[in-house]
Design a protein around this ligand. Structure first.
Ligand SMILES: Cc1cc2nc3c(=O)[nH]c(=O)nc-3n(C[C@H](O)[C@H](O)[C@H](O)COP(=O)(O)OP(=O)(O)OC[C@H]3O[C@@H](n4cnc5c(N)ncnc54)[C@H](O)[C@@H]3O)c2cc1C
Length: 446
């Protein structure tokens, strides 16, 4: 699974699309006409307005550029002007508008400095792509914070009401560290694993897990890759992560998601990587000469795709209790993921794909992968925040229920996944929680 590790986490690899959730995402269960057997909550425990100033702060810190979404009245964000579109993308933008779609310039944390390589899925070595390492972690170090690098957090130790220490392993040696406050941010897959691994006499099912909620309601996004051809051939230079539209975010009482430029052209090496990932997903072994047919297929596919632009339809995934992260001491990662594609997700996927391809006619389109795919980089849920300890792991300020000095701030807090990239919300929420923590440290009676 292509997740980043170390300072900056997965954001050092990410595509830098930093978009807000919409206001309706904060009351998802109330919006949809049929949430089926899912645990889609009626409300998040905070509102859009609670997060809005922190969205602005994140957009400012990450120098997010783009244009407001014409369909979202709340999208009054702090956006820097984006660089001009290249000829093909301008053509697509104009054509989508003529087709009564509402495209806008995708919100991205890329400075587009001269020679920018638009490093999607890889580390940007020139700090042109802003990520959590160069924009948050390194400035914190310069301001006096310290970090222990290249170590594994093994478990927390606790009593009945608070964490007492954390055990880390560095160079094969375990070390115990104590603090007043503990902040866990190991991501939606590994934060729950750490809580579960920290089971003790006070918390026999794992920390904050008296109600068997830790690890549950794991969500990914539905992944829908669609190539769209321009009506005429145009030069495809210019910013790649360029266009977005949300016309199918919420249709007839049903939640779908965003359509956005993937930021990677369907060139030979991208197609080869895609095929190789599929090989791994299907469990086909890496036979010695397999690269030869893969390269040939990639070469043919590159010719077929020619000037097409690849869009990703990011489909909201609903929370189900049985989709979960569990610990598995025999697995190299230490976790086991149990995830079942629901029938309603399969149906929404088909409808979403149909709506997109229909809406852009007369453009030629091709679904790059017909199977129902998930975006494993967008894991959320597993330590959901909420107002009721029976159905959540964290309170509304991301404090673990029952452990008053443990905060979890990463993608695991999402009670529903929304139909948009998660990182801006993860960051904005972390800033909000940090403010709450500072107020509480100044005034412990809060
Ligand atoms: C290829 C790719 C492209 C993406 N593109 C976008 C995008 O364009 N826009 C967007 O919004 N999102 C994107 N995402 C998703 C985004 O990167 C994640 O949602 C986000 O980074 C999750 O943040 P997090 O803090 O929850 O976890 P992470 O970023 O995964 O950070 C968790 C950190 O904890 C560390 N860790 C875990 N367990 C332990 C342990 N036991 N001991 C020590 N350290 C530990 C990990 O090494 C990692 O550094 C993308 C993801 C990928 C993989």
């Amino acid at each position: 699974m292509a997740l980043g590790c170390g300072a900056g986490g997965s954001t050092v690899l990410y595509g830098a699309a930093l978009e807000r959730l919409t206001r309706s995402d904060f009351s998802p269960g109330r919006q949809v006409s049929d949430k089926g057997q899912s645990e889609l909550p009626d409300h998040w425990p905070i509102s859009y307005d609670d997060l809005s100033p922190y969205y602005q702060e994140m957009e400012r810190l990450f120098n997010v550029c783009g244009t407001p979404d014409p369909l979202d009245a709340d999208d009054s964000n702090h956006l820097a002007p984006p660089p001009p579109l290249g000829p093909r993308d301008q053509h697509l933008f104009d054509s989508f508008e003529a087709l009564k779609l509402n495209p806008y310039r995708q919100h991205v944390a890329i400075d587009f400095i001269p020679g920018c390589q638009q490093c999607m899925g890889r580390i940007c070595t020139r700090n042109c792509k802003r990520d959590a390492r160069n924009t948050l972690f390194e400035p914190a170090l310069r301001a006096g914070a310290s970090a222990i690098l290249e170590c594994d957090v093994m478990r927390f130790e606790s009593d009945a009401g608070k964490v007492t220490s954390v055990v880390i392993k560095k160079d094969g040696v375990e070390k115990v560290i104590s603090a007043k406050q503990y902040i866990l941010a190991a991501g939606a897959l590994f934060s729950p694993a750490l809580l579960l691994k920290s089971a003790n006499n006070f918390w026999p099912n794992g920390l904050a897990n008296n109600n068997d909620q830790v690890g549950r309601c794991l969500m990914f996004h539905g992944n829908n890759l669609i190539a769209i051809w321009p009506l005429r051939n145009h030069d495809s230079s210019g910013p790649k992560k360029s266009l977005c539209f949300k016309n199918f975010y919420f249709v007839d009482g049903c939640k779908y998601g965003t359509v956005q430029a993937m930021g990677i052209e369907a060139g030979r090496s991208a197609i080869y990587d895609f095929l190789d990932t599929k090989r791994q997903e299907l469990g086909v072994p890496k036979l010695p000469l397999l690269w030869i047919p893969l390269k040939i297929i990639a070469r043919i596919a590159e010719k077929i795709f020619g000037p097409a632009k690849v869009f990703a339809g990011i489909l909201e995934d609903f929370p189900y209790t049985e989709n979960q992260v569990m610990i598995d001491y025999d697995a190299p990662s230490g976790i086991h993921i149990r995830y079942q594609l629901s029938d309603e997700l399969k149906k929404r996927t088909q409808r979403f794909r149909h709506m997109i391809t229909n809406a852009v006619k007369p453009h030629r389109t091709m679904l790059i992968d017909r199977s129902i795919g998930l975006n494993y980089g967008h894991a959320t849920g597993t330590c959901r925040f909420g107002s009721d300890p029976e159905t959540s792991v964290l309170d509304k300020d991301n404090r673990a229920w029952g452990l008053n000095n443990l905060i979890v701030v990463d993608a695991s807090f999402f009670p529903s996944s929304g139909g948009i990239n998660p990182s801006l919300t993860i960051g904005a929420n972390a800033l909000r929680v940090a403010d709450k923590l500072v107020s509480r440290l100044k005034n412990p009676t809060i």
